[in-house]
Design a protein around this ligand. Structure first.
Ligand code: AMP
Ligand code: ZN
Length: 295
């Protein structure tokens, strides 16, 4: 890993730094008073984001990282993720970023061993989102940053279109806030996977940038990703075109349906008190379903 002072001299880092700082300012992702929980998975995107946020806090906001930034790693109980957890601990120690590790209640290896289920990624995602929000509130922070990049967002948009999921498509913006709950931000929204991969290697953050979760190999997302990789060969700007279409779509749709949005987000889960689209949220629903037969 490179010393923090030396990172600022790397050309590829300077390029994405400029773009990300502009995105943060233009979309008001981070404001003066914000305290940020960074969901740090040990992958290339969130690792690069850890340094960009430290840089932004120290050099733009002129604040102390230990008061303003907290990295959060969620252990979902997958043996093959051991290396990622180690990377997270190393980044936290080397760059003085406080770290919290939370364990997901449903361990994925156990879940797969004991149930014949196919939607492992969905259960993983629901637990991660829940723990991000819960921990941020518990720690008294008000912002959750994730390392979702341009490729992730273009994939998500296409997946929603292909599955006729209008509701999910409508919510896929780079900043999202529900009532007084912490806001969720995606500062790498305009940065491609290729760009973060290059920077991560130059900064010595991860040796191998292509680490796939064993449970996501056959996912629909992977199918869409492979399709998009072919599209990029045909048109290198295709990801930007998809994301610009998404932004125009969202800006127009949100003008039309402000009232409807309010109604949808006004529900609070009866069990845990966090925002939900139904009486009981997806997290409490899966806990009820799987936790009891794993104990
Ligand atoms: P993924 O869904 O694996 O592409 O991850 C998207 C983003 O979610 C990452 O860039 C991280 O910010 C966050 N994330 C994913 N997995 C974890 C984890 N185990 N712990 C903390 N954050 C995570
Ligand atoms: Zn709940």
């Amino acid at each position: 890993m490179l010393k923090f002072e030396d990172i600022l001299k790397i050309e590829d880092y300077k390029k994405i730094r400029k773009k990300v700082f502009n995105t943060i300012k233009k979309y008001k992702l981070i404001e003066e008073k914000d305290k940020i929980v960074l969901a740090l998975s040990g992958g290339k995107d969130s690792s690069v984001l850890a340094l960009l946020l430290k840089d932004y806090i120290e050099n733009v906001l002129r604040k102390k990282v230990e008061d303003t930034l907290l990295a959060l790693y969620i252990d979902v109980g997958v043996k093959q993720h051991k290396k990622q957890k180690k990377v997270v601990e190393e980044i936290s120690n080397f760059y003085d970023i406080p770290l919290k590790i939370e364990e997901a209640p449903i361990k994925l290896d156990e879940l797969v061993r004991e149930n014949s289920i196919t939607n492992v990624c969905r259960i993983c995602g629901i637990q991660k989102r829940y723990l991000m929000l819960k921990t941020t509130i518990k720690e008294g922070f008000n912002t959750i940053a994730t390392g979702h990049n341009l490729n992730d967002e273009a994939e998500t948009f296409l997946m929603n279109v292909l599955q006729n999921n209008y509701i999910a498509a409508r919510e896929n913006y780079l900043v999202k806030k529900i009532g007084s709950f912490p806001k969720r931000i995606k500062p790498l929204y305009f940065i491609s996977s290729e760009e973060t991969g290059k920077v991560a290697i130059k900064l010595g953050l991860c040796e191998n940038t292509k680490k796939e979760c064993p449970y996501s190999v056959n996912s629909f997302r992977n199918l869409v990703r492979t399709f998009l990789e072919e599209c990029i060969k045909w048109d290198k700007n295709i990801l930007y075109k998809i994301i610009n279409f998404q932004l125009t779509f969202l800006e127009n749709i949100n003008k039309i349906s402000k009232k409807e949005n309010k109604k949808r987000f006004s529900l609070i889960c009866k069990k845990c008190g966090l925002p939900s689209s139904k009486e009981i949220c997806k997290f409490c629903e899966i806990i009820e379903k799987y936790k009891s037969n794993m104990e």
